[in-house]
Design a protein around this ligand. Structure first.
Ligand SMILES: C[S@@+](CC[C@H](N)C(=O)[O-])C[C@H]1O[C@@H](n2cnc3c(N)ncnc32)[C@H](O)[C@@H]1O
Length: 476
């Protein structure tokens, strides 16, 4: 049995891959979720809450399972390198069950300060629900070696010759992701900040809420959060509608249930706020959000739109279009369409168009612990073609004097600056960049280093947000 009294050691029966197995404990759940990410392409932030909702874990064990799952998944690259040093065959050739058990075992040993005997035996116990005795023998041997040499791994990683490989292993990012992020930092005048960015990608993000103007004020939402969740609350640094919570489950807030507030990164709020505040020539009548699902920015745009302005939202995926309807239900007047944004609409009638483009998500690695390991950099050329198609259509649908906001939650220059360059070079209409940084400075409640402009590029290590990019383009 796992060490009693160690968080997550309560055993029970549950279904795993169609079989009734023992092991409804925090470590088994963490291993199952990591396995689903590894083998089935699952997302930890969806798979874990679903799995926890079917468990009988105490609040303490849920917190342990959550920490173990997200942290071991984020740091998988680091733990895999260590495990490889303890094996005489390729880690990629061992069963995936063994790989994920080694990650959760190594994380307890090297980062969670779980005593070595408890970490190893409880991980083996958790593994009984997932794999056979032979495989567990290998897990046991490797974890014991990792534990014996616990104080030497850091030095060994620091001794890796190639500085890019050393960074990649130390911070658990694939090497091509490290190189791409470094190029993006340099393109925005931030050479030398790569280590700070990589470290920030490994820290859990704060829970941030948006108080949608006209529905609830930040003050009212702060009172509600303190009363209902008994947490401390801080006002936003970058968005005037933002609150940061010290913890708690925001789904319990009445304002969140009613759609007056929602969970939304401050960077996303700032992007919608900048587009809504940019100067536009003449009277306004209609705004468009071309890639709207799940609708966080649509709802803020609707809240910020002047009375009488129609807000139209489009999303290619039917279920995400329903999420847009849900996000904007508190307003009840957003027109939601389902279809490919590249063929949406037929006339240049919109004053403001948001293209929050489908992208690699390389700016949201804090939130999506498995995303960095999914070959995103290789997807850039194909995504860039889609992004160019969507931005071109957005410009076609914008009336003279109107503005397009092109945003990504990736700082990869192939999805940001290069997309803008391609579209501007090919467009038959005159397109001028608008200084989004100047608007960001006016909107943000606190001073922040937004860089040179005209484009805004946010960074987790600088702004505490996802690495969102925004370009504003005026059409004449
Ligand atoms: C980055 S997300 C948008 C996030 C959203 N603005 C928000 O704040 O909640 C990009 C969205 O574009 C959608 N998408 C992908 N390809 C598309 C296309 N060809 N036309 C329209 N939407 C598309 C994706 O399904 C996804 O929902």
């Amino acid at each position: 049995m796992g060490a009693r009294g160690t968080p997550g050691s309560t055993a029970a029966f549950h279904l795993h891959r169609g079989k009734l197995v023992r092991g409804d404990d925090a470590r088994t759940i963490a291993a199952e979720v990591l396995l689903a990410c590894e083998v089935d392409g699952a997302y930890a932030n969806l798979a874990l809450p679903a799995r926890l909702s079917r468990s009988s874990l105490s609040a303490r064990d849920r917190a342990f399972a959550t920490k173990l799952t997200y942290e071991a998944q984020r740091l998988a690259g680091y733990y895999d390198w260590i495990a490889q040093q303890c094996l005489n065959r390729r880690l990629g050739d061992v069963d995936p069950e063994v790989r994920v058990l080694l990650r959760i075992g190594a994380h307890q040993l090297l980062a969670m300060r779980v005593p070595a005997h408890a970490a190893v035996s409880a991980t083996i116990d958790a593994g009984r629900a997932l794999t056979h005795r032979g495989a567990l023998g290998l897990v046991n041997a490797v974890l014991r070696r990792i534990a014996r040499e616990a104080d030497r791994w850091e030095d060994r990683v620091n001794a890796i010759d190639d500085p890019w490989q050393r960074r990649a292993v130390r911070t658990s990012h694939p090497r091509d992701v490290v190189r791409a992020l470094d190029s993006a930092l340099r393109a925005h005048g931030r050479a030398g900040e790569i280590d700070a960015l990589l470290d920030a990608n490994n820290a859990a993000p704060w829970v941030q809420l948006v108080a949608r103007p006209g529905l609830v004020t930040p003050d009212e939402l702060a009172d509600e959060a303190e009363d209902v969740l008994d947490v401390s609350v801080a006002y936003g640094q970058l968005s005037p509608w933002s609150l940061t919570l010290s913890g708690g489950d925001p789904a319990r807030l009445p304002s969140v249930s009613s759609g007056a507030a929602a969970i939304e990164d401050e960077g996303s709020q700032l992007v919608a706020g900048i587009l809504a505040s940019a100067p536009v020539d003449g009277e306004e009548s209609a705004w468009l959000d071309l890639c709207a699902g799940p609708g966080g920015k649509t709802a803020l745009l609707r809240a910020l739109a002047p009375a009488g302005v129609r807000l139209v939202a489009n999303e290619v995926t039917a279920h995400r279009a329903r999420l847009v309807e849900d996000s904007t239900r508190a307003f009840g007047d957003v027109e939601v369409h389902t279809g490919d944004g590249r063929t949406f609409g037929d006339a240049a009638v919109y004053d403001r168009v948001l293209v929050d483009a489908p992208c690699t998500g390389l700016g949201s690695l804090r939130r999506r612990p498995e995303a960095r390991f999914r070959g995103r950099v290789a997807q850039v050329p194909e995504l860039a073609n889609l992004q160019v198609g969507l931005l071109t259509r957005a410009l076609d649908l914008t009336r003279p004097g109107g503005i397009v906001g092109y945003a990504t939650c990736s700082p990869h220059v192939g999805e940001t600056l290069k997309v803008i360059e391609r579209v501007m070079a090919d467009s038959a209409r005159r397109i001028e960049p608008v200084d989004a940084v100047a608007i960001a400075r006016k909107l943000a409640p606190h001073e922040a280093d937004f860089g040179q402009g005209p484009y805004v590029q946010l960074w987790p290590h600088r702004h505490g947000t996802d690495a969102m990019f925004l370009a504003l383009l005026r059409v004449s």
